[in-house]
Design a protein around this ligand. Sequence first.
Ligand code: SF4
Length: 459
Amino acid sequence: MMPDRPHWPGHLFDTHCHLHFPELSDDLDPVMERALEAQVRGILIPSVDLPSSVVSSRIAGERGLWSAAGFHPNHLEGASEESFRGVRRLCLLPQAAAVGETGLDRCRNRFPMELQLHWFRRQIELAEALGLPLTVHSRGAEEEVLEALPARPSFPVVLHSWSGGPETTKKAVSRGFYIGFTGAVTYRRSDPAKIFDGVPRELVLAETDAPFLPPEPLRGRRNEPAHVRLTARWIAGRWDVSMAEACSVLWENGLRAFRLHPGNRRTHLVYPMGAGLYVNLTGLCNSDCVFCVRKRVDGIGGYYLRHRGEPSREAVLAALEAAEPGEYSEVVFCGYGEPTMRPDLLAEAAEAASRAGAETRLNTNGLCLDHLSPDETADLLKRFTRVSISLNASGGVEYRRLCHGSCDGAWEKLMSFIRLVGKLGIPGRLTAVSGAGADIPRVRALAARLEMPFTLREG
Ligand code: SF4
């Protein structure tokens, strides 16, 4: 069910399916078998509160699906700063593809509009900080929803099970918002059917909103993800295209809407791993190690770490703040590259993490003396609790063979850097990658001579 897979004609993405509700979660294996038979290869599981966000995240993680975490406007009983902290944590996980579902509801109106707006805004801010799409619920409050959203958000907005009229819909699509169509679009003379033709094809999403709103001819029964095929068939008919073509458009739209598409894939700028929080602040590097993970894969641990261009200072700092660095045992500054290539941002981010109460670790190749003076390097290093340095070789010849960097005299610069860390009294650790071709017993012996502890890392 990984959307990374190439698209085959007929594959479908159910962009909103409440697999966390007991109607479906108690029956998950057969539900998922039928989804696979119906060629539903992607599912986004939204949530309504913290407990359901936990369940959605678990199901998505176990089954290779995608989840959203958030507070629904009709389920604000348990909404608090504390539970929102839990939502934020879930939004950092690799399976998280959206914040929500959030929004406003004047039809059921279970909670005061002021409270609904408060949590809607908080979730908009979270989506903005993490670059996550926002999946939005709206009932009888479509204009208010559009008003609360930024005019041109930096993140995709999905108006799920949209029930706005033609004029409101025109405003929404003019701002590039995606419109989710459930089985209700297949009902005769339904409101969604009336506005369907006014939505550009590239903004149309198919969803079930299961266990609710089954398409015709299943109206009145429990809905499930397999039934998104019936909605897609209705859409194919309305577009007057083959089912394969409709599925292809809907699949691509689903990937783009949730930033899973190769063209707009979201890079994880911050990600939890073990007890630490990692900050991926650059894709630049002044080395070119033969064993570099970037030569083989786009990320690690399910996180997508490759950068398309350099992230902005604002994006890195906002993501770090939203992740609450003080909640982790340490914040590790790395990159899908070398973090000291952006010394100003690195210093600023390390200071922000320290201010939040976190210990900080710099993971570096130790080659920053190539572009920073010794004083500048010392000033940078003082911001870290500890430093982990890639030694990777037992001498200059081996180093040049394994890490042919772009800087002259790299080995000598690395040795100077290690000595500087020692002189500053910052706890340092030297590392090497196993199976990369270095003579590990000799690397270990060199580390001992340099008087720093040594760790062999998995290649
Ligand atoms: S220093 Fe790290 S990021 Fe740079 S090439 Fe070597 S392994 Fe890759």
